[in-house]
Design a binder for this molecule. Structure first.
Ligand SMILES: Nc1nc2c(ncn2[C@@H]2O[C@H](COP(=O)(O)OP(=O)(O)O)[C@@H](O)[C@H]2O)c(=O)[nH]1
Ligand SMILES: Nc1ncnc2c1ncn2[C@@H]1O[C@H](COP(=O)(O)OP(=O)(O)O)[C@@H](O)[C@H]1O
Length: 217
């Protein structure tokens, strides 16, 4: 799990988690982050939920049937998994391990249940961000503008929102996504600062020793 920072100091890769009630904006913010952040790779989850218009298999999710999902979970191929809105969602283990070993950070769009499981497995490497909508009315409006779910599914997502919100205090950082550019700048600054954390910067001792040797010449 060793990455080399842009300043040449080695550090441990981190697992950057975004969670929120459905519709608060985590997919939007994740896409912006992946497009604009070198060294960050998206973890693509497996799910049993139907594909939405515009989604691409293998990019947004790996869309699998329930028996296949159960087999993946049973064979230990998932790093974590959970049931959300009656569908199964899980994180394939191998791509995450490959990315971290190659020195990349990994971005997860997963719910509070998955975040808890990641924290239990690798707490010092997990940085978690919870995204709040500015209001319930905004949340509902966003679910409707996304225009990808039926009214019934949207009602289900709104009904679950309050329960999901109740997990906010388990997260390291909380962002209110009012203006998307501001929320993005906030998420970006969290990642930047977390990459500089001393505990992750495993190469610092050697780097500083090198500096000292140069100074003592
Ligand atoms: N635990 C877990 N949750 C996931 C995973 N993938 C997606 N989710 C969560 O499942 C919920 C539903 O996702 P989705 O159906 O794409 O709807 P969305 O909330 O509109 O993005 C969201 O809270 C996601 O963060 C996963 O691999 N594991
Ligand atoms: N700050 C914002 N202001 C207005 N609309 C937003 C904002 N952030 C996201 N959206 C829109 O809200 C909808 C839901 O966002 P999405 O990223 O899919 O949420 P989530 O992944 O959390 O379910 C999308 O249509 C998206 O374009």
């Amino acid at each position: 799990m060793t990455a080399v920072g842009f300043d040449g100091v080695e550090r441990r890769g981190l697992m950057f988690v975004l969670s929120s009630p459905s519709g608060a904006g985590k997919t939007t913010l994740s896409r912006m982050l992946i497009e604009r952040t070198p060294g960050l790779k998206m973890s693509v989850s497996a799910t049993t939920r139907p594909m939405r218009p515009g989604e691409v298999d293998g990019r947004d999710y790996f869309f699998v049937a329930k028996p296949k999902f159960e087999a993946m979970a049973g064979q230990g191929e998932l790093l974590e998994w959970a049931t959300v809105f009656d569908n199964r969602y899980g994180t394939p283990r191998a791509p995450v391990e490959t990315a971290l070993t190659a020195g990349q950070d990994v971005l997860f769009d997963i719910d509070w249940q998955g975040t808890q499981q990641l924290r239990e497995k690798a707490s010092t490497d997990v940085v978690s961000v919870f995204i709040l909508p500015p209001s319930a009315a905004d949340l509902e409006k966003r679910l409707h503008t996304r225009a990808q779910d039926s009214d019934e599914v949207i009602r289900g997502r709104m009904d679950r929102a309050s329960h999901e919100l109740s997990h906010w205090a388990e997260y390291d950082y909380i962002i209110v996504n009012q203006n998307v550019d501001e929320a993005f700048a906030e998420v970006q600054s969290i990642l930047k600062a977390e990459r500089l954390k001393r505990v992750r910067r495993t190469g610092l001792t050697e780097f500083v020793r090198g500096l000292q040797r140069q100074l003592e010449k």
